[in-house]
Every structure is written in C-alpha cells, then in structure tokens.
Design a protein. Structure first.
Length: 367
C-alpha cells in the first residue's frame, strides 16, 4: 500500500530587513517543520534573513517591497502577483497587513497572522479592528501575554491560539578558548551577554548601566552587546559617554553565527520593558546558560526565578548587579542553574513541539 502525503503549501510573509524575533522564529520553524508542510518565504530585497533560509534549503522569494513596514498600499499589487503565481493554500504573515489584504483579494484559502511581541498597540479604532479580524482566519500569540493584545486589535478570541516559541538547540562550540582568542578576549573573563534587536523597548541603556556598576567587580567581567537596529547609534554614543572601554564592554553589532558567542557566554541578560518569548533566551537555555531577566511579558514564564535564572523588577539596576555577583561567586548554584536550564528547555521549548502545534492549527477545519 502506497501512502501519498498531501502537503500544505504555506507562504510566510515577513517585511523585516533585520533578523529579529520573527526572522529567527521562521528559521527555527523551517528547520523543524513536519513533513506535510511545504514552506515558502516572501521577504524584502536584501533581508538578512534570506541567506540563512537559503543556506538551510528553503524556498525564498525576494521582492521589492518596503522593508520594516506593516502596510504599504502600492505593495499590495506586487504581493498579489506572487500569490497568483505560487497559489499557496495558506498565507501566514508576520506583522504584515499588506500581505493579508493581498491574500484576501486573491482568494487564498486561509490567512494566518503571528503576533511576536506583547507590547499593546496604540488605540485601535473600530474600523481597524473590523479589518484586522476580517483579514485573518487564525492568529498565533507566541506567549499568553500577547493573546489579549490580539483581542484588543479586534481579532476574535475563537481564532486565536497560544503557541509558545521554540527553537532547535544550538550546537555549543567546544573550542571556547579559540573563540575567545579570535575575539582577543582574556580566557579567564566571565562573559555577560545581551543578544537582541536594538530597538527602544529592549532598553539596552539599562544593560550599559549594569555594566558600568560592574567595572570594579572582582570577577573579571566582559560584557558583549550583539545585535542591530534603530538604537544602534544611540547605544554606541552612550557607551562612549560612559567611557566604557573594550576591557569591560564591547559592541559587536550584528552577528550571523551566534552559536560562537553563546558558547563563550556565562550569563545572558534581558532588560526589556516588554517581551513576548525571547528566542535569544531560549537558545541560551538550550546549552545551559542561566539568565537574569526583567519581570515583564513572557520572561517570568520562561525563566523560573531561582531555578534556571533570576527575575528582577524592570529597571532595577542594582538587582541585576547583585544577581550577577551572586551567580559568579557561587559555583555550585551556578552549575545547578545550568542543568535546570537544559532540562526546562527540553521539556517545554523545543522547536519540533512548536512546529507540530502550528501544523495542527493550520489543519483545524477544511481548507
């Protein structure tokens, strides 16, 4: 008996030019996709996500649409042409209203939308609420905190599923000493990391304040900022204003191979004022890196205080400093947190679990 596997053809549309939470979510989804999903990706020209998806073997369509924009009327036609040519069963958008409208106009069977952050939008007028719901057959919240945001946007509660982010475990590099040498880092340094899109809500200035207070720590600390975004210049200026030299803080900017950076990291921080489900924290958990995070959004559900990291009040710089000093001074406690991080990741946040849940959500009802 021959079983023919019928695949769902899904076109994901993301207008991000950088690799933020949405981009890394898509990369993990592709690498963990079930066999009955045929995934395509529509991205703007020169998106940093394109080469990573292409190297993984994905079908990528690069289109001359406005990057980093949710709605551009002139792009509706461009995307509609692609949809008529590719004929997907599902269009799944990531903060791209343009594509949802194009999908509705071209008669795509199902339209899905993922909300990757928990920060509420400004007031949504009733007419926009109507169109948000009309242009969406299913919506995914990557953390429970994002579900209420979707409802406030006008999307029917019946259309929403909470499917928490997951990642594939990263491969820890075993030549950590070689990585440090290549970056001219003291082999004995303790590495603090913030790995994030450099946008206002990430509050990287708090990370810089934390590092400034750790200048005279006995633990030979080196802090790294990895990422890119609209706050890049402001962050570099603040580092210079604080006179934090390369012996205590380094700005590395955008890095494709984050595995190497994570492999030399001792503690990862999150200082956000709002957060859904941080993929950077998940990747760090997968190789046992304890985290210290702000008590906002999905952070407390990801990091269990005192178990695989610490949760502190947003903006409490001294609390971050104290927890860092405590972890670096208590090796046995630090090692137990490393073990707990890996076990918690394997139990709840593997990408294969997320991919199966998304596939099942797609298949609810008849296409």
């Amino acid at each position: 008996m021959i079983i023919i596997l019928t695949k769902l053809k899904v076109l994901h549309v993301c207008s991000d030019s950088n690799i933020g939470g949405a981009g890394r979510h898509l990369l993990n989804l592709y690498n963990a996709k079930p066999d009955d999903l045929d995934l395509y990706f529509l991205l703007p020209l020169y998106s940093r996500l394109s080469p990573l998806l292409l190297s993984a073997g994905a079908n990528v369509i690069e289109l001359s649409i406005k990057p980093d924009a949710s709605f551009v009327l002139t792009d509706v036609y461009k995307i509609a042409v692609i949809l008529m040519a590719t004929k997907p069963d599902i269009v799944h958008t990531h903060a791209n209203l343009t594509a949802r409208l194009a999908a509705k106009l071209t008669g795509v069977k199902k339209i899905f939308y993922t909300r990757h952050y928990a920060l509420p939008d400004s007031y949504t007028p009733p007419i926009k609420q109507y169109f948000n719901n009309f242009l969406c057959d299913g919506a995914i919240a990557v953390t429970p905190e994002a579900e209420s945001v979707l409802v406030n946007m006008g999307i029917s509660h019946k259309k929403i599923a909470v499917i928490e982010n997951g990642v594939l475990p990263i491969k820890r590099a075993f030549n950590s000493l070689g990585i440090k040498n290549s970056l001219n880092i003291d082999p004995e340094s303790k590495i603090l990391l913030i790995l994030s899109r450099l946008s206002p809500e990430k509050c990287i200035h708090h990370f810089i304040e934390i590092v400034n207070k750790l200048k005279f720590s006995k633990h030979n600390i080196l802090a790294l900022i990895v990422g890119d975004g609209p706050e890049r210049d402001n962050i570099i200026n603040l580092i210079n204003q604080q006179r934090l030299d390369a012996k205590i803080l380094r700005f590395l900017g955008f890095v494709y191979e984050v595995e190497d950076i994570l492999s030399i990291t001792d503690i990862i921080l999150n200082t956000s004022i709002t957060e859904a489900k941080s993929l950077s924290l998940l990747e760090a958990m997968s190789i046992g890196i304890p985290a210290i995070v702000s008590n906002v959004g999905g952070n407390p559900s990801l990091i269990k205080d005192g178990y695989n990291g610490f949760v502190v009040e947003f903006g409490d710089i001294d609390a971050y400093v104290n927890k860092i000093e405590f972890l670096l001074s208590n090796e046995s406690f630090y090692l137990s947190m490393k073990r707990h991080s890996i076990s918690r990741f394997n139990q709840y946040y593997h990408a294969s679990k997320m991919a199966r849940q998304i596939r099942n959500f797609y298949k609810q009802g008849e296409l």
